[in-house]
Ligand binder design. Sequence first.
Ligand SMILES: Cc1cc2nc3c(=O)[nH]c(=O)nc-3n(C[C@H](O)[C@H](O)[C@H](O)COP(=O)(O)O)c2cc1C
Length: 191
Amino acid sequence: MSADALLATLLSRRSVSPRRQAWPGPSEAQLQQMVQAALRAPDHGRKLPWRLIEFDDSRRGELAQLFEDEKRRRTPNASAQDVERARAHATQTPAMLAFVVRPEPDAAVPEHEQWLSAGAALGNLLLAAHAMGFGAIVLSGDRCKDDILRQALGVAQGETLAGFVSIGMTASPVPPAAPIDVDRVLSTWTP
Ligand SMILES: Cc1cc2nc3c(=O)[nH]c(=O)nc-3n(C[C@H](O)[C@H](O)[C@H](O)COP(=O)(O)O)c2cc1C
């Protein structure tokens, strides 16, 4: 791939919400490639400070129930529509993964570096999905802090449930992102 084509892919990535996604999702081989891309993120000390939990199709109903239960715990008078929206997050996307950050104490690799590495991995995952023609998004929300849900998913103490990654075909395209002026993040040092 030419540098121009690669850059065009990088620059055109958008997050694609689950309601804009459709089947088919990535095959298991394609998902493995996306995870390989995530594993190529810079990682000081090769600590792998993150992990993914994949939810098979056969488990989506149970995940939807967990999302519904969490919604009702957090908002006892939630409307039927809100509950349905919570459930849909678990079911309306072809591929669903949880992204868990798991920094470990290490004098040589401070926690913030492990978080940066995890973020880079997540970015690579989303970019790989986009490069392969899929739409993807990561969504967190209050449910990620819910102890009962965390426990049900096997997220341990010391781990952070950072969000849920949805991946599928892009059914309705997202408009290009509004450009952001590079000067907002790039400055020249003047002593
Ligand atoms: C870890 C993480 C969690 C996120 N959680 C949410 C969320 O709960 N709700 C939301 O609207 N956007 C969330 N976002 C932002 C979207 O994923 C997305 O990046 C944003 O809508 C901007 O779209 P873009 O990626 O096309 O620029 C999250 C992003 C990250 C990195």
